[in-house]
Ligand binder design. Structure first.
Ligand code: GLV
Length: 321
């Protein structure tokens, strides 16, 4: 256990918002990968050696190799994300390494972005903007770029966690009729007034679908061609979780006209974007902007720093799982 006041070695794998690391550098010896790009693997494995803490992002794979490179002094991996799919949690637990994420602070910003994507895809904002910007001749016409009206439509939320609930709260304001699916139905007071549905029923009922469940062994590839085909004709799908929707199958469903439109913010092989999706005009594709507000990114950084400081002081980190 760390002695309060002792300066420990900490690795931070990405440049954070200005000032975020001040409380950490005041107390500990911080090695910062001072860059906006992913730390190359060989550099990461060298840099983590002998560290007591690592503040990581979703792009840093924390596995046996990483833990072995770090050595026995590593006490915490503080992920700068709500997701933890880059981290082998069992391997960390086996070595007594704590793992933390940044829940809560990014809920509202991510729900805002999800609504933006829902509106953007349903109203074909990407296509419209590209039409204007490309100089393609256009004029108002009764059937020009017709989209899907939200008011009165059925919205399915696959993954009614904190973000799903925040989306549901917003969606009520747009007059959407909401249902959700989680592995286990939630107590009524936690379901934002939405009824639970079995997955396949939810898909069959949802003209709009938001995919907001975490990526786990159970959810990886959950929505492939067969399940996507259950959505009503002309449905709109929004995905804010990488790896749950099969991107090739989604592109095929757009290409065949089975779906009206889709939006994807978090991509399976980031920063690469699925080529088949790129070829679809009706795919609204954003570069992982879910939590990208100044307010939220500061809060995520502050929470990740709080988690590191607590672990190095021998206290329970605020977002210990
Ligand atoms: C995704 O962006 C996350 O924070 O998990």
């Amino acid at each position: 256990m760390g002695v309060t006041g002792h300066r420990e070695q900490v690795l931070v794998t990405r440049r954070l918002t200005p000032g975020t690391l001040d409380r950490l550098t005041a107390r500990h010896r911080v090695e910062l990968h001072d860059s906006d790009t992913v730390m190359p693997r060989d550099l990461l494995l060298r840099a983590v050696r002998g560290k007591a803490a690592a503040l990581t992002t979703l792009d840093d794979r924390v596995d046996e190799e990483f833990l072995a490179a770090a050595g026995p002094g590593l006490r915490i991996v503080a992920n700068h994300a709500v997701g933890l799919h880059n981290i082998d949690r069992e391997a960390c637990a086996a070595r007594g390494v704590q793992v933390t994420n940044t829940p809560g602070v990014l809920t509202e910003s991510t729900a805002d972005l999800t609504m933006a994507l829902l509106l953007g895809a349903a109203r074909r904002i990407g296509e419209g903007e590209r039409t204007v910007r490309s100089g393609t001749p256009w004029n108002w016409a009764p059937d020009f770029l017709l989209g899907l009206e939200l008011s009165g439509a059925r919205l399915g939320i696959l993954g009614m966690g904190a973000i799903g609930r925040a989306v549901a709260r917003r969606a009520h304001g747009f007059g959407l009729r909401i249902g959700y699916h989680n592995r286990t139905p939630l107590p009524e007071e936690q379901s934002a007034g939405a009824p639970w549905r079995p997955l396949e029923q939810l898909l069959a009922e949802s003209t709009l679908l938001v995919v907001s469940c975490p990526l786990t062994g159970q959810t990886r590839g959950l929505l492939g061609a067969r399940r996507l085909a259950l959505l009503p004709a002309g449905a709109v799908l929004v995905s804010i979780t990488a790896g749950v929707v099969d991107e090739d199958a989604l592109a095929a469903a757009l290409g065949s006209g089975a779906l009206l439109a889709a939006a994807v913010d978090h991509h399976t092989r980031e920063p690469a974007v699925n080529q088949a999706l790129l070829a679809q005009e009706r795919a609204l594709l954003t570069p992982h902007l879910g939590s990208a507000t100044t307010h939220t990114r500061r809060a995520m950084g502050a929470l990740a720093v709080d988690n590191v400081l607590a672990a190095l002081d021998g206290r329970r980190p605020p977002s210990a799982a």
